[in-house]
Design a protein around this ligand. Sequence first.
Ligand code: LMR
Length: 398
Amino acid sequence: MTLFTDLALAPADPILGMTDLFLADPRAQKANLGVGVYQDESGKLPLMQSVRQASDILAADPKPYNYLPIDGDAAYDAAVVKQVLGADHPAVTGGLAVSVQTLGGSGALKVGGDFLHGIGATTVLLSDPSWDNHAAILGGAGLKVGYYRYYDAANRCVDFGGMLDDLRAAEPGTVVVLHGCCHNPTGYDLTRDQWDQVLDVVEDKRLVPFIDMAYQGLAESPEKDAYAIREAARRGLPAFCANSFSKVFGLYGERVGGLTLITASPDEAKRVRSQVKLRVRANYSSPPTHGAAIVHTILESAELTSLWTDEVATMRDRIKAMRAGLADGLRAAGVSADVSYITTQRGMFSYSGLTRDQMLRLREEFGVYGVENGRLCMAALNHANLPLVINAIATVMG
Ligand code: LMR
């Protein structure tokens, strides 16, 4: 007998596990549409020019890697708050917003979840469906996880009536995770009018909005995609926002993101920051330096910000072109079902509606890897793998 004799083998991660299977697949013709990683036309994760130039600036003046403060580099935190809310937002100019550097968006969810649990929150509602890891992270913070209706499979849209009804039925103080843009996994976003209605219910029922904004810039623009958190903050709601620079700066492995909280006064902001720092310290002590320095170097330079903005627009347009290519290709391959949903959805993902069995066929017969819930990463399509993917999907759709 050892300590681990009876230990079960854990199941593979439904998203990251796909990359392991993909890499182990010896076929030359294959496509990894599982994990949400942007790839360029050559099928590679690009090193963005803005990131390269910022790295060069940092490399020209190397600094020792001391510990950062628990809540991160102050200049980075100031850049995050402006990126999330806009420099002129009253919550920023009034000193009501608190931003803390975190280990990607996931770290922000965990630190925010721990903080909320510590101040008495008991329940969190996620969209049905949501990113798989939301339940694990926020459940791991001690919150009871429930769901509100979101996806209407029959009509391929947001079940907006169901969503509002479920939010109206929630107890005051319930935390509600809302996807700021590029809903993961469905790709169906709320309109501005729908956001206003959701925030009306959140305000009326005194719910706590926790906006996950991992794709700011990949739907319309960095400004427009931040509508939900900016409007929540404008209304003075005690809103939380987890933002990530993994996708939009291509800094996946640097684990760089932020947790932004909206408070009612500068004094409250000071107390909130002090408490959030306790949560960071108890989780991972303090955040890492390099990725945050890259983001901060870009965002404090008008020239690099402008370059980055153009690069994000290029990514966004390429994803849209690939969506159109897939939809057109499926039609040309004789698929009679309506595939216009592919171009209606936004961001990296398309919720294909394919069953688990169909997704397994994609993988086993064609080497096309997607998440078993039917999610396919549109940001990993290119003109070279598109024919393979079109043929595979057309075949399993019958
Ligand atoms: C995804 O949804 O594919 C990404 O957010 C990567 C991850 O960690 O799951």
